[in-house]
Design a binder for this molecule. Structure first.
Ligand SMILES: C[S@@+](CC[C@H](N)C(=O)[O-])C[C@H]1O[C@@H](n2cnc3c(N)ncnc32)[C@H](O)[C@@H]1O
Length: 259
């Protein structure tokens, strides 16, 4: 007798908190319904992600170009970023990962390859146009997408082996609440990987970075700030790397969540 494997979307639905009723969508689970925006709007950068144009050029042009400006010449390439994320997350075949603010799903698909057909690689984003582009790109069978607010993840506690959030924490309305939520959905011993802003320390550059962030609606974190926030939440094995005005920070969730 052959038993068919549940789809990635079925497995994703199984992990949702009780009472979360997904809206009708053929291709991704939608918890935001008619609402155009996930949570309170934070500014220009977030607004651009909801347009129909940016998602069409995002993965091949927009993100590599703006990423290079932010990271500087010595920073990792896009493929390098994916490798760093996979390594920091310690993904294994059969494991579960959540790519928060997944955009068009570049990282989600890569994680799906690593966790394999018995694993789950969930991609979550608030932008309908980003997710429409993500589902139009063929990916591994382990991939499923969800439209929801990254600041308040709709998953039951301790359900994910890994949570990734690249290039987005700085555009959320409440990054601290988002980090609390990431911590809560991670299993004890689960891994987090974050790429976000890092203000330069030299005072004139620090001021320029602060104004640039305010103009675009993106929070500029200080160097060491994200590592401290993870430590405050009971994470261990924290690593930090800096390039230009970016930081990539990884950590392991402790057995208990620090209050
Ligand atoms: C710059 S893209 C990053 C995409 C991908 N992680 C990457 O590294 O290329 C930022 C993404 O965050 C999403 N986003 C912003 N605020 C969000 C929120 N509150 N909830 C869910 N997604 C959000 C945007 O829709 C956009 O797709």
């Amino acid at each position: 007798m052959s038993t068919s494997r549940p789809t990635a979307q079925d497995r994703l639905l199984d992990l949702l908190e009780a009472g979360k009723e997904p809206g009708q969508s053929r291709d991704f689970v939608d918890l935001l319904g008619e609402s155009a925006q996930a949570g309170p709007p934070t500014g220009l950068a977030q607004r651009l992600m909801r347009t129909s144009v940016v998602p069409t050029i995002y993965e091949h042009y927009w993100r590599p170009a703006l990423g290079r400006i932010a990271k500087g010449l010595s920073g990792p390439s896009m493929a390098g970023e994916v490798d760093i994320a996979v390594n920091l997350l310690g993904l294994k075949p059969g494991g579960s990962s959540l790519d928060v603010a997944c955009g068009t799903g570049r990282f989600t698909r890569a994680f799906g390859e690593v966790v394999g057909p018995d694993g789950l690689s969930a991609g979550l984003d608030g932008s309908r146009t980003m997710l429409t582009k993500a589902v139009a790109t063929t990916g591994p069978v382990s991939v499923a997408y969800l439209r929801a607010d990254a600041v308040s993840l709709p998953f039951r506690t301790s359900t994910m082996d890994a949570v990734c959030c690249f290039a987005a924490l700085h555009m959320f309305a409440d990054p601290d609440a988002a980090l609390d939520s990431f911590t809560s959905v991670l299993k004890p011993g689960g891994r987090v990987a974050l790429l976000t802003s890092a203000r330069r320390t030299w005072q004139p550059a620090h001021t320029v970075d602060t104004f640039g962030g305010a103009f675009s609606g993106q929070r500029m974190f200080d160097r060491g700030e994200i590592a401290d926030k993870l430590r405050d939440r009971g994470f261990t094995e924290i690593s930090e790397r800096y390039a230009g005005v970016t930081q990539i920070v990884g950590g392991t969730r402790g057995a208990t969540i620090a209050q």
